[in-house]
Write a protein that binds this ligand. Sequence first.
Ligand code: ADA
Length: 573
Amino acid sequence: MLRNFDTHRIRPAQSLNGWWDFTLADDTPRAAKPPRDYDRSLHVPAAWETQPGLETYRGQAWLRTAIGLEGGDTRAARFVFAGVSHTGTVFVDGKKVGGHHDAFTPWDVVVPGLAGGEHELAVYVDNAFGEQSALHKPNDYYTYGGITRPVELQLLPQVYLHRAAATPRAGRNGKWSLDVRVELRNWSRRALKRGVTVEVAGQVAELEPVTVPGRGEVAVVAKLTGLDVEPWSPDSPSLYFLETTLLDGDTPVDDLIDRVGFREVKVRGKKMLLNGQSVRLRGYNRHEDHPQFGNAIPVEAMIADLQILKDLGCNFVRTCHYPNDQRFLDLCDEMGFYVWEESHARSVDMDHPKFAEQIDASTREMVSWHHNHPSIIIWGILNECHSDKPEQKHHYERLLKIIKSADPSRPRSFATNRGDRDLCLELADIVSVNHYTGWYGQDLAGVEPAFKQFMKWLNSDASRGGKGKPVIVSEFGAGAIPGYRERHRAPWTEEYQCDVLDEELRVYLNHPQVVGAAVWQFCDVRVTPEKWWARRPRTMNNKGTVDQFRRPKLAYDTVRRRMYEAIGRWDGQ
Ligand code: ADA
């Protein structure tokens, strides 16, 4: 399953997770033709680094599975890949049918005209760095290889439901409304007329039938009003199924099932509001990384991570620095976490010839696929990029515009480390800063003065662009090698990490303009062994509050105390 619940009752859908044939592609000309022979197998989804001998394999590989199709050419096969790391090229019966670059957004390939019977699905997967990739590069997190998120095969009628994007709005007397934009696509050559119904919380909207041109697409909007529903919040994460059905005459021929939560997120002056109530975000940056699974983390391990975050007194996760597996977002919806989701970019070369194309795609796909998650309350872009360079400002403008035109309902931000040189703060709804005075500055006593100085600069003059806006401290932390304990509390000891997190949380969680603080980072993660990152001890980013196996470091209890104190719920244990 792509999600944590069934997304179709009418459309036939079948998981393609399971054993796939697998072979490295050292000798294969680039994605030319799938090979005949495969010498191993891999249980998809998986990162191939989990296979003995392939722990550091960076390159290409083929994966293959057999699929059985029912019916004839009135149905198209739709292959949905929730994530292939980092580039996938798809072949059906040896013929190239599609592909996608970037590990972190879902994508699909629609193949009409396949006859009933058995077919071969082969995927050429590439996780190599090079000129073809602006965003995947040696970095402070690992780029794994493989089909790392679930795969599904669906059968589509000629006109099918491509997407249903829902935006909740609070109305009078505690009632809610929901605007649902439904996108219909037609893979056949003939124009066809279809009706649509949308149902949520027992209310149904029936839309007039529309004609969808051959090989074309049409969008219609359903407005459901006067909904008597429980709003969504972290304390009470109520969710409702949103069922969209496609009708040919009176006959249902396709459907999409998603979930929505009723909440509005607004920025008002220095505050961030959820359903009119002031919100303070307390949480973590979390990478999709696990020593046993790479970035192909099973749902059970995701749940365990979120349970740790709950225990730590957190209500917030930043999905640094890329869109996350939708099953994780589903869990955040269900368990009541606020999420900052960010398109894929951590300190990248903005002059790379592929940069604009790839970051635009990552941003568009993120908002398009993840639009309905109530947990997502902030869209983020461009972590620690060149927001201080006038010649790069247009990237910030363009990306923030892309988001706003696709989804005007959520605030947008970017995490800057440019301090008082930043030139793009006026473009963001929320000012977000990464602050490492306690670590890279090695200046524990300087944490508060440095932050005060930044806030003074920010608020001193409207030309800064951030004056009077809400502020999130989107990263702060310190490295600690698990088990390195010393009374002298030197850098890299678990003790020093405690001191840094204690002080930073004290300063940020008690500042009136700070609406959120996200510790860097949840767990220790693998980094690429290339370039500067090779200098990281254990070739890991060791700033986790839990180690890579999620074993708590000394700082765990410090963070926990600070998080509970911040909401007046610290009872000494
Ligand atoms: C940056 C960056 C993170 C991580 C962190 C660190 O702020 O955004 O991805 O690299 O620093 O550990 O230095």
